[in-house]
Ligand binder design. Structure first.
Ligand SMILES: Cc1cc2nc3c(=O)[nH]c(=O)nc-3n(C[C@H](O)[C@H](O)[C@H](O)COP(=O)(O)O)c2cc1C
Length: 258
């Protein structure tokens, strides 16, 4: 049985919530899945103050005492997650962004490897898919495998025909997500993720030392010497690109440290 948690970033239980419910119904119908919906507005999440203590001293050093860790525990306990948000002025809602900001340390120290991420966005304007791309990129930075999401056009009132179309989109989406969920594989990284890892870990190694939490984490995980965050076979092109971006990272570090 796989556990899926949907984090919903709307303060009301309307289109985003309804789309998530339909998606999860379709997903459960495919079998071996149990689901939970988490309305972020039911939890206390404070706005990140930008102190960066989570990067430098570890997430326990965060001065904000709220429900962040309860939500993280739900992510850790899940095989797959859905991040769902309404489109508010061409971006995720403030609730969703607050949540993402509080998870930003995972982009330094990703850990959700082998787990599946997707997004659902509800919006009025139909021709806008940037938010889903943004959410999936954030998910990939946290370590997840990502599955293309759904942008739901939710005009009010929604006609029967529109509702059926939304349902078809969510049904297809649930199929893609289910396939990924059932395969707990560790895929080869995209070029973008590989570049991020290699430049990031090289500059970290050369610019910081073991007083820094990220530094100790990378060292203890063996990430200063590995090809990627997890064991994976890189093809010749990615191997060469990896070495090139290590070299670029060394150059960048030399420039900054003199
Ligand atoms: C503050 C605010 C800003 C919005 N901005 C956009 C927008 O930029 N583009 C868009 O397509 N829809 C926009 N909408 C419409 C919502 O995305 C749409 O109504 C969505 O269904 C709301 O989700 P909900 O029903 O879960 O609250 C906006 C709605 C609000 C309340």
């Amino acid at each position: 049985m796989k556990k899926v948690t949907a984090f919903v970033g709307s303060a009301r239980k309307k289109h985003t919530h309804d789309a998530v419910c339909r998606f999860l119904d379709h997903l459960q119908a495919r079998g071996d899945v149990e689901c939970e919906i988490v309305a972020l507005s039911d939890y206390r999440l404070e706005v990140c103050r930008g102190c960066k203590l989570c990067f430098e001293k570890g997430e326990e050093a965060c001065p904000l005492k709220d429900d962040r860790d309860t939500l993280i525990a739900k992510m850790v306990a899940s095989d797959g997650v859905v991040f769902a948000s309404p489109n508010y002025l061409f971006q995720v809602s403030a609730i969703m962004k607050t949540f993402l900001d509080r998870l930003a340390f995972f982009a330094h120290r990703p850990r959700f490897f082998g787990k599946t991420f997707t997004n659902i966005v509800a919006q009025g304007f139909p021709f806008d898919s940037k938010i889903g791309k943004y959410l999936n990129f954030a998910g990939a930075c946290l370590g997840y495998k990502t599955v293309g999401g759904s942008h739901i056009t939710a005009l009010e009132p929604m006609t029967e025909k529109e509702a059926r179309k939304v349902d078809r989109v969510l049904e297809r989406h649930s199929r893609r997500f289910h396939q990924s969920l059932m395969r707990s594989n560790l895929p080869a990284p995209s070029f973008v993720m590989l570049i991020g890892f290699r430049i990031g870990r090289t500059t970290l190694r050369l610019e910081l030392d073991d007083r820094n939490f990220d530094y100790r984490y990378y060292r203890d995980k063996g990430w200063f010497d590995s090809d990627y965050y997890y064991p994976v076979r890189l093809g010749p092109l990615k191997k060469a690109a990896g070495s090139l971006f290590d070299a670029l990272g060394r150059r960048m570090a030399r420039k900054r440290t003199g």
